[in-house]
Ligand binder design. Structure first.
Ligand code: HEM
Length: 185
């Protein structure tokens, strides 16, 4: 996992919970890197898992909620660092359906060693998108947050439902729609 994901995560923890909590989770997690991350480095995903588990215990917030909130926070970092990628798209459904074949392809060139999910488009219409998420890291709540923020970025409301196909979250179906779309309940 890229250093930028770790540095962003620790920044968020510091802003929301304070520097003492950052110190606590780094000590508690017994990290190989000792919690020293550079944005261009690459680190073991196990370290992120340990940090998240320590934080979840310390602040008594479920893991899924922490990862989701981290996704909301990380989206702003992505927009700040890569405004050009977002400028290429005029519509959230167009952007989300291009992650696999365009956005993360560019990401692989910019961030060698990035560990990215796979997205498979099942159905695509003007107002709806059904996609499958595959990743050993099971960061589906991170994905959900990035999807919601993508709609917000284009000033649009969204309705995003997810259904785990594998219980451990390594394969998840997303039903995404603009408000009033067919998937809305
Ligand atoms: C992970 C870049 C848009 C879904 C990542 C990582 C980077 C990245 C650097 C971390 C890779 C690693 O740590 O090894 C970008 C950039 C984007 C973008 C530059 C747009 C300009 C999106 C969007 C989604 C998304 C819109 C929405 C679904 C994910 C997920 C992960 C991820 C779920 C976590 C890894 C996993 O699940 O296996 N992305 N991303 N990305 N990205 Fe993107």
């Amino acid at each position: 996992m890229k250093g930028i994901v770790f540095t962003g995560f620790l920044d968020m923890v510091e802003k929301k919970f304070g520097i003492e909590i950052v110190d606590h989770i780094i000590t508690e997690s017994k990290l190989q890197s000792e919690g020293v991350y550079t944005s261009v480095g690459t680190y073991d995903f196990v370290e992120m898992q340990s940090l998240l588990v320590s934080l979840s215990k310390k602040v008594a917030i479920p893991l899924d909620d922490l990862i989701y909130n981290y996704g909301l926070y990380f989206f702003d970092t992505l927009v700040n660092i890569h405004p050009g990628i977002f400028a290429l798209y005029k519509d959230p459904i167009e952007l989300l359906s291009s992650i696999e074949n365009h956005i993360h392809v560019q990401v692989r060139k910019l961030y060698p060693g990035a560990e990215l999910p796979t997205f498979k488009i099942i159905k695509k219409h003007e107002d709806e998108l059904e996609i499958l998420y595959f990743s050993e890291r099971a960061m589906y709540m991170f994905a959900k947050a990035l999807m919601e923020k993508t709609f917000e970025h284009y000033d649009q409301d969204s309705q995003i439902q997810l259904e785990k196909i594998e219980n451990n979250g390594t394969k998840v179906r997303f039903l995404i729609s603009k408000k009033n779309g067919a998937y809305q309940k």
